[in-house]
Design a protein around this ligand. Structure first.
Ligand SMILES: [Fe+2]
Ligand SMILES: [Fe+2]
Length: 533
């Protein structure tokens, strides 16, 4: 049995406006393609329709950008065409698909103005033909349903947009219904194929840091309950990261969270999953768009276009901070930083940004020689790579999954060598990252997944549906780090302390220099600082 898994389509109808100042600003701070979502999704579904290996598509929520009625109407039209071409489509909606107030936004001229939005109670009827109409059981309050996909395979489409306690997840009543449905499925020897929207397991320690509130409500309880009930995996979305994570319950039952990236943002993937009940396995494949969609890329290919949408503005802002205050003011505005603030403080950031833009990997390799054991020849091919580009590639890895630098590569060694120095420094200062961030015990463990995936491969992997810890050990790569633990913390602190003592007589001079720089900046940008834009 084969299914196609799609998530976070975030369809945006062009009727809500695609020009003007306010839209350009919204677009530049979005990680997803907005204007082009229609063409991109048409191309994705065309490719899925052409794939005759399976006829089941499940979509795990956030189907529209922000619950715009026209976005729903056009997306439903697109899904109807997919159905007419012979596919079966099962949808759950999520928090981006409605506004309780019934008020949303659109773009008219240069302004973002209020307009009507789809409300939650409208969604059940809107998407009734994509799942609920075929359901063998429904939980209407949560808008969850069960479909018999084929003999022996049951889809659990579990809408987790609210748990009635102020979070996403399942209410007590809904979870009781899920338990009953699981029991019934097990009794009838059905393989349960569940999807919800919010992650049960965090796709990365970084996500735990920046998106803690974005996990499924009560996820720490659910990740124990689901595997112990006999639900050994869940297809999820929401984080827009492409990831497979696993967890063993206290009773040693496996649970996989298989989360699929958004289709309209980097890395823009979907999954094709083959279940083999006899072998007890699930084979996961990840698919890119094979044909470029019908849009203008300004000389770039689709992948570069996605990367530019996702990371272009971050890079542009840092580069502008290093070169031109005017451009910095314009770029930072995309992140809601007012131009006035940039004109006032931009001069302070300029030297830092300049340094960051100039910094090459070769320089960091020299700092980390002791920790990495690398010789010049070992990193000669990457020494001129810019650190800023590398940092952006690490953020890409966070979303794209399967970070590429195994522990034997110079990229891995240099990055982790630097993290080891930072950990040594924090250790000497008595700063306990584990207590502050509550995600990992040190900086190295936080950063490593951005460099190398030491867990289950995120893109293509065959997983045992019932796995022991030994089974998982066979799946995860056994490459180990060879970084020497840094002892530089103490020498760095002593050097810094000596420098401060030596430079004390120069403090008044430095203060006067700063005051002069501040006044020069105030005079130079007097007009801009008056503007309240
Ligand atoms: Fe989303
Ligand atoms: Fe979401």
């Amino acid at each position: 049995m084969k299914i196609t898994v799609v998530s976070d389509t975030h369809y945006y109808s062009k009727k809500n406006g695609i020009d003007g100042k306010a839209f350009i600003q919204e677009n530049s701070r979005s990680t997803n393609l907005i204007k082009d979502s229609q063409e991109v999704l048409e191309a994705f579904f065309e490719q899925i329709v052409e794939d005759k290996t399976n006829d089941i598509i499940i979509i795990s929520g956030d189907v529209t950008k922000n619950g715009e009625p026209d976005s729903h109407i056009e997306f439903i039209d697109l899904l109807r065409k997919v159905k007419a071409a012979g596919k079966r489509v099962y949808v759950i909606t999520a928090t981006h698909d409605f506004h309780d107030s019934g008020i949303g936004h659109k773009f008219v001229g240069d302004e973002k103005v209020e307009t009507t939005a789809t409300t939650r109670k409208e969604l059940w009827d809107l998407y009734y033909e994509f799942g609920p109409s075929e359901a063998i059981a429904v939980h209407e309050d949560s808008m969850s349903y069960i479909v018999q996909l084929e003999d022996g395979f049951r889809l659990f489409a579990l809408n987790d947009d609210r748990n009635h306690e102020g979070k996403s997840g399942f209410s007590k009543n809904c979870f009781k219904w899920i338990e009953e449905q699981v029991e019934d499925a097990k009794k009838n020897n059905q393989l349960i194929i569940p999807m919800s929207h919010h992650p049960v397991l965090s796709p990365s320690p970084f996500f735990s840091l920046i998106g803690k509130g974005d996990m499924m409500g009560d996820h720490e309880i659910r990740r124990e309950q689901f595997p112990d009930m006999g639900v050994s995996f869940m297809f999820t979305g929401h984080s827009h990261m492409h990831d497979v994570s696993y967890h063993f319950s206290k009773n040693n039952n496996i649970f996989y969270d298989i989360t699929t990236a958004a289709t309209v943002g980097y890395p823009a993937l979907y999954r094709v999953v083959t279940f083999d009940k006899k072998a007890g396995t699930m084979q996961i494949e990840s698919k890119h768009l094979e044909k470029d969609p019908d849009i203008q890329f300004n000389g770039k290919n689709f992948d570069e276009h996605l990367q530019n949408q996702f990371f272009g503005m971050i890079k542009k802002t840092i580069e502008a901070a290093a070169t031109s205050i005017d451009e910095f003011a314009f770029a930072a505005n995309a992140f809601s930083v007012r131009p006035k603030v940039v004109y006032r403080y931009g001069w302070i950031f300029k030297p830092v940004a300049k340094l960051l833009c100039k910094l090459k990997i070769g320089t960091v390799a020299k700092w980390t020689k002791k920790e990495t054991g690398l010789k010049k020849a070992d990193y000669s091919t990457i020494k001129d790579e810019k650190v800023i580009d590398y940092i952006i590639s690490l953020i890409q890895n966070l979303y794209g999954g399967d970070a590429p630098y195994s522990p034997d590569t110079p990229h891995y060694k240099i990055t982790m060598g630097l993290m080891s120095i930072i950990d040594s420094l924090l250790g000497v200062l008595g700063i306990k990252i584990g207590k502050i961030l509550k995600v990992t015990e040190n900086v190295s463990d936080l950063v490593e997944p951005l460099v190398f995936n030491s867990g289950i491969p995120d893109h293509n992997i065959t997983l045992p549906l019932k796995a022991t810890k030994e089974d998982i050990e066979k799946i995860i790569p056994d490459a180990k780090s060879t970084i020497n633990k840094s002892k530089k913390g103490l020498p760095i602190i002593i050097t810094l302390a000596l420098l401060i003592i030596l430079l004390i007589p120069l403090i008044p001079v430095a203060l006067v220099a700063l005051l002069i720089a501040y006044l020069c900046n105030k005079i130079k940008y007097a007009d801009k600082l008056k503007e309240d834009v």
